[in-house]
Design a protein around this ligand. Structure first.
Ligand code: FEO
Length: 409
């Protein structure tokens, strides 16, 4: 059952988190398999003569969100609604909220956000919209609100808000992650450790296509000095960062840059009848002799891992090994799709070894090689042959693994 949590984050200013826990979703953006679910976080700040709402929730949870909000405030009393990003997981409840607010609140966002909201929900929603520019400040309720554009993190509309006196960063998608953590913030290290892999998965699947902008935008925020001094970083998904706020942006930076974990090699392959599997046994044996720690995802007639999980492994890998069967003069369909997404969402400068098996004509290896050489990945070698591997094939495979490991070191 989806639920909602309302938690007070601080007293001065009076700040609340309204967190809708979505355990019904299966495929985020109708694509990414997330059995772990996701949360949609909005924040409400009550000031002396202003009530500010930071983002809202997804349309299908409007009732849940409005009921929770009404426990804190009469919607008519909301004076400002800050829209950091218009993707409907954060803006879907806006039309209802504005109706119940009597269209009194000023909506604040970038020019791009205004256009998108108008396109999504019509003219009425943007009737009282204040466009803010990068770095612009507004005095609201005795506080200084600074708006900082972080374009392509991950839409062109995206900005964050920094409340200067209280050193609070409201960051929407930036700093977010999948899953429904038991806690609301980062105070419990065990919960954080469990949560961080879902952050990586979220970054790659949702923001990955623009991952260079993660690095650029976080550099920008660091140069402004606000990451170092922030008391809280409050994202639109997952945990709030109150104990060690800069940790989440540093984590984002590392994922965006594809900083590898020592010795981690990502191995992804299909095997329909065991021909690729036999090759991978040799590959894994050689990796283990070299002290590497392979992380293996295999598509077989009994297993089909989620591509979103595979994507989440790429940024921290030192190297990749892709194994594929040739299937109707093409790459095996599961590997074809997985590769397409890897090259689109997790396109990093990392070495790749390609391993192929075929019955009557080897095509997969060549086609994967073309994809890899056109990407940012480095093609190290392709070892492809017919049927079960011969002793000569085995020697070629072991040699290629050694070359890959050397390349990565
Ligand atoms: Fe969480 Fe890009 O919306």
């Amino acid at each position: 059952m989806p639920g909602v949590r309302v938690e007070k984050l601080c007293t001065d200013p009076e700040l609340y988190m309204i967190r809708v826990d979505d355990d019904q979703i299966r495929y985020f953006e109708a694509t990414w398999d997330i059995p772990e679910g996701i949360t949609y976080n909005a924040y409400l700040m009550k000031l002396k003569d202003a009530v500010v709402l930071f983002d809202v929730s997804k349309e299908e949870y409007t009732d849940l969100f409005m009921d929770a909000l009404k426990k804190l405030v009469d919607p008519k009393e909301i004076t400002h609604i800050i829209v950091h990003h218009t993707e409907p997981d954060h803006s879907g409840a806006l039309p209802r909220l504005l109706e119940e607010n009597g269209y009194r609140a000023q909506i604040i966002g970038t020019a791009f956000a205004r256009n998108l909201l108008q396109g999504f929900y019509g003219d009425r929603v943007v009737g009282n919209f204040k466009v803010v520019k990068d770095g612009e400040e507004m005095g609201i309720g005795g506080r200084t609100f600074r708006f900082i554009a972080v374009p392509w993190l991950h839409w062109p509309d995206t900005m964050i808000t920094y409340v200067v006196e209280d050193r609070l960063i409201f960051s929407c998608d930036a700093g977010g992650g999948y899953s429904i953590p038991e806690a609301i913030d980062d105070r419990d290290e065990e919960i954080v450790k469990k949560y961080l892999p879902y952050v990586t998965k979220y970054i790659v699947t949702v923001i990955g296509h623009y991952h260079k902008y993660i690095v650029q935008n976080i550099k920008k925020l660091k140069e402004l000095g606000i990451v170092e001094e922030a008391k809280m970083i409050l994202p639109g998904h997952g945990l709030a960062w109150c104990k060690n706020p800069k940790r989440i942006f540093e984590y984002y930076e590392a994922v965006g840059a594809g900083v590898p974990e020592k010795d981690k090699v990502l191995v992804v392959y299909d095997s329909m009848y065991g021909f690729v599997e036999k090759r991978m046994e040799i590959v894994l044996d050689e990796l283990s002799k070299l002290g590497k720690k392979p992380v293996v995802y295999r598509f077989t007639d009994k297993e089909a891992p989620a591509v979103s999980d595979i994507l989440g492994e790429v940024p921290s890998a030192e190297a990749l090994i892709i194994g594929a069967s040739t299937y109707e003069a093409e790459i095996h369909p599961r590997i074809r799709y997985t590769l397409y997404e890897i090259v689109d969402k997790a396109n990093y400068e990392k070495p790749v070894l390609i391993v192929g098996a075929f019955g009557w004509g080897g095509v997969a290896g060549r086609k994967i090689e073309t994809l890899i050489t056109r990407s940012r990945f480095d093609h190290v070698a392709t070892v492809e042959s017919r049927g079960y591997p011969t002793p000569e094939d085995e020697e070629k495979l072991r040699e290629a693994v050694r070359k890959l490991v050397q390349w990565a070191s």
